[in-house]
Design a protein around this ligand. Structure first.
Ligand SMILES: [Zn+2]
Length: 237
């Protein structure tokens, strides 16, 4: 039985370029890793998180995930987790990658990537707000999540007060995935906080139900209501 399973796994890996060789499957999705124990460990974690993410976001249908747990770091500029695509021979495959450096924080990282996985093509959110939602959801599962989000909130408010160039000229809501990859770590840090501030302000129900232009209007009104200590934003006498 075990031998048959192994042969099937080896046979299936031939059709999945770049995926680690061993897999673990549940009704929520499929996890690949370089050894069976690792595949099962992260597969169980991602399965539990899929239920939690689905409940919190109010999702009725959950597309099964594909998670690849690497034993090497991800290429520079990708953080420790990504949702990625593989393009070859006309194949277009979407999967979540967890780099080896992300294992210690896997619960938060996988939750963050699962939000992208389920929301990206469905909700039509500006990327920065989608990032903020992923931060909001993933932190809410952590014992110290509230503290982490307080830090995010403060960082974002301080960046607004400082009038950070990426917030002034970068037109944050227009940033797409290609330009996101070009940003510095500091710019991304600022934008995660900014996106979180907006995602929290609009709320999960609003993000799920409003059209993209309505979300942009809500974002503008949230930013307008933040009283920054500069003469322009103080109310008149
Ligand atoms: Zn993200």
């Amino acid at each position: 039985m075990r031998t048959t399973l192994l042969i099937l796994l080896l046979a299936s890996c031939a059709t999945i370029p770049g995926a680690p060789p061993l897999s673990y499957e549940t009704d929520a999705g499929l996890t690949y890793a370089h050894d069976a124990e690792t595949a099962e460990h992260y597969g169980r974690e991602a399965t539990e998180l899929t239920r939690r993410v689905g409940d919190l976001l109010g999702l009725e249908e959950l597309t099964p995930f594909e998670l690849r747990v690497l034993d090497t770091p991800l290429p520079r500029g990708n953080g420790a987790g990504t949702v990625n695509w593989y393009d070859a021979d006309g194949l277009r495959t979407r999967y979540i990658q967890l780099g080896v450096e992300g294992r210690r924080e896997s619960y938060r990282l996988i939750a963050h990537e699962l939000v992208h996985w389920h929301v990206e093509h469905e909700w039509g959110l500006p990327l920065v707000i989608e990032e903020g939602l992923a931060e909001l959801v993933s932190a809410s599962f952590l014992p110290r999540g509230a503290e982490l989000l307080d830090d995010r909130r403060m960082d974002a408010l301080e960046a607004l007060v400082r009038d950070e160039p990426i917030l002034r000229n970068g037109r944050p809501l227009q940033i797409d995935r290609a330009s996101w990859r070009q940003l510095s770590a500091q710019e991304k840090h600022v934008l995660y906080g900014y996106g979180f501030l907006l995602a929290e302000g609009i709320g999960i129900d609003g993000l799920r139900e409003l059209a993209t232009d309505e979300i942009e209007q809500r974002a503008a009104s949230i930013l307008g209501s933040i009283a920054l200590p500069t003469p322009n934003t103080r109310p008149g006498p």
